[in-house]
Design a protein around this ligand. Sequence first.
Ligand SMILES: N[C@@H](CCC(=O)N[C@@H](CS)C(=O)NCC(=O)O)C(=O)O
Length: 241
Amino acid sequence: MSDHLTLYDFHGSPCARRVRIVMLEKGLEWETKLIDLTRMEQKRPEYRALNPNGLVPTLVHGDRVIYDSNVITEYLDAVFPEPRLYPTDAWTCARAKMWQAFELEMAKEYRPLMYLRVIGPLDRRRPKDEVMRDVHRSTDDPAHIEWVSRVYDGTAVSEEEAALLTGQLYQRIDQIERELSGEFLLGDHFSIADISVYPRVAMYPMVGLQIDPAKYPRTTRWTSAMSQRPSFKHSERVRPS
Ligand SMILES: N[C@@H](CCC(=O)N[C@@H](CS)C(=O)NCC(=O)O)C(=O)O
C-alpha cells in the first residue's frame, strides 16, 4: 500500500487543525484537498462517499479512508508511532480521551456561534441567490438548504440562544482552568489531549469570546505556550510551511 497521505481540510477548522498538528509532530508530508464549508462542499455526494457524515476532516492513507479527527489522530499514532501522542498507560490514555470527549461537547456549543458570527457575515458579502445556488450545487437535502438560508438571513440562532451557548462555552474554560495543574492538560506530559482541545480554545476570539488572562491565568499560560510550539504554529494554515 502507498504511504501517500491526503487530508481533506478547510481553513479555520479546529477538527482538521488537530490532524495537521499530529502530522507535523510526526514529520509527515501530506497533500491537501480543500473542502469549502462556506459553500457546503462537505455535503457533496462525492465527498460523502468518503465521509458519510459530510464533515471535515477526512484522511486518505493509500487506499484507506479514515474520518473523524479523533479516529484519524489515533490511527496516525498507531501507524506512525514516533513521537507517541496517545499515552500508553490505560488510565492516562482514558484521561486524554475524556479531554477529547469534552472537546466534542464544546464543538456542539461552538458550531451555531460560528455560523452566526463568522459564516453568516461571510455569506452576506455575496447576493443570497448566489449563495443558495452554490448550496444547491452541493446538496439537495432540504435541512442543509434551509440551514444555509437561515444563516444568511441571520435567523439560524437567536441572540438568546447565542447568550446561552456563550455561557456554556465559558463554563468549558472554567473547567480547563480548574483542571490545569501543570504545564499541559495531563500535567507534565504533552499529549493528544493538548492537541485535541487547543484548536477549539484558540478559536474562541473568532466567535467573539475573549479569554481574559486575569480571570483565566492558567489557561492563558497554556494557550500561549502551546501556540509557540512549531507544530501548532505551522498548523495555523491549511498547508504546512
Ligand atoms: N467529530 C468530528 C466533527 C467534525 C466537524 O464538525 N467538522 C466541522 C469543521 S471543524 C465541519 O465539517 N463543519 C461543517 C458542518 O457542520 O456542516 C471530527 O472530529 O472530525
